[in-house]
Design a protein around this ligand. Structure first.
Ligand code: NAD
Length: 377
């Protein structure tokens, strides 16, 4: 089978496969075609791909015409029409936010694998692209905040006196949040963190952060290690419980998310107004509606003396490692689907039944089906 890797649009610096994975796929008897310059912005040259056994195509149509097309960002515009009937597409599709893409892929009878729907189970861990990229995002959010803060992160004792450490609050301690905690700690900040799922308390503490307790009168724990949506009363209690912690922080990073829902609104403008001038807030959920009132996707907003950032594609700003990890996720997926090179798609498999959103002209994922019907209405 031929695997095609198109060049991403200018808004994403990542590439779906890196040379290291190409080599392994060629060994599994796949042919790999890479669009000329596809790895350039992630610092992988055409020469490295060729040395790994890939063909370099200057014509993007030749890449899109492959049996399997691997991408990072969802296809757009003319891309859909370039996929051949019966082809396999794997990449991020944001299928719940915009299910019309799945419809377009289904119209072409493409087998589409939405990488964000790979379940977060032990068996699927090596294919979990949402986690690999959220990890990069959590790391970069802290660096972004550190770069904008007018203060040191670590405590420093110098000849000119002692500087206290920065106080960092992380809200949401899932994959991105835990990496944000670890990164802020490595930089020497004093870190506090809160999550509605009390079971993460130990993980927060093991990273050297203090767990913020909040009595909401209900549990925020949902199923499968995810949170559930809070009642309106609990949301208000949460804002009250976090208000003092936010006010005392130099940096706040929010990563709170309930799968399939708009991001919960946790920080209000009143809470921001109590922060010290020069404080920095990074809303990692700005692209999903925002955890912070006033945040805007990919825009710097000044709320009084507080700088509010809403970056939506942090993994793309660390393209080499984000691509390498994503590429390994895709390699694991293909090794799973084609052990020893023989393609075998089992739609009843617990992993595939979640992430194969359409196949042979049928939309298979019930959440996507529901999203599509409400989208059309
Ligand atoms: P995750 O599901 O692993 O973590 C989200 C955490 O938020 C969970 O631990 C959950 O319990 C917690 N949570 C839910 N509601 C909460 C509430 N009301 N208060 C406190 N905690 C709450 O998700 P993730 O992979 O870590 O991603 C986190 C967010 O970051 C998502 O919105 C994701 O889309 C976004 N993200 C953004 C970028 C970027 O570049 N901006 C990159 C990667 C991920």
């Amino acid at each position: 089978m031929i695997i095609g890797v198109p060049k991403e649009s200018l808004s994403d610096s990542r590439v779906a496969l890196v040379p290291e994975s190409v080599k392994k796929l060629v060994r599994l008897s796949f042919e790999v075609v890479i669009e000329k310059g596809a790895g350039e912005r992630a610092f992988f040259s055409d020469e490295e791909y060729a040395a790994a056994g890939a063909k370099i195509a200057s014509d993007s149509a030749a890449v899109w015409n492959s049996d399997i097309v691997l991408k990072v960002a969802p296809p757009e515009g003319a891309d859909f029409g370039q996929l051949k009937t019966g082809a396999v597409f794997a990449g991020f599709l944001a299928p719940l936010a915009d299910p019309t893409r799945v419809q377009k892929l289904n119209d072409r009878k493409v087998t589409a694998i939405a990488m964000e729907l790979v379940p977060r189970t032990t068996r699927a861990q090596s294919m979990d692209a949402l986690s690999s990229q959220a990890n990069v995002g959590g790391y970069k959010a802290v660096l972004l905040a550190a770069g904008k803060l007018g203060k040191y992160f670590p405590m420093l004792t110098t000849a000119a006196g002692t500087v206290p450490p920065a106080k960092v609050l992380i809200i949401g301690a899932g994959v991105a949040g835990l990496q944000a905690i670890a990164t802020a700690r490595r930089l020497g900040a004093v870190v506090e963190a809160y999550d509605v799922r009390p079971e993460v308390k130990e993980q927060v503490q093991s990273l050297g952060a203090k767990y913020v307790e909040a009595d909401l009168g209900e549990s925020g724990a949902g199923t499968g290690g995810y949170a559930k949506e809070l009642s309106d009363e609990a949301k208000v209690k949460l804002q009250q419980a976090l208000a003092d912690r936010v006010a005392a922080s130099d940096v706040v990073i929010t990563t709170a998310q309930v799968p399939g829902k708009k991001a919960p609104r946790i920080i209000t403008v009143q809470m921001l107004n109590r922060m010290k001038p020069g404080s920095v807030v990074v809303d990692m959920a700005a692209g999903q509606g925002g955890n912070v009132e006033g945040s805007a996707p990919d825009t710097e907003v000044q709320v009084g003396g507080v700088l509010l950032l809403g970056p939506t594609n942090l993994p793309s700003t660390t393209p080499t490692h984000a691509s390498q990890l994503y590429s390994r996720n895709l390699l694991a997926l293909l090794e799973y689907l084609a052990p020893k090179g023989a393609w075998k798609l089992d739609l009843t498999d617990p992993i595939m039944s979640e992430c194969v959103v359409c196949h042979a002209g049928e939309i298979r994922n019930t959440r996507v089906k529901a999203a599509l019907s409400s989208y059309i209405v």
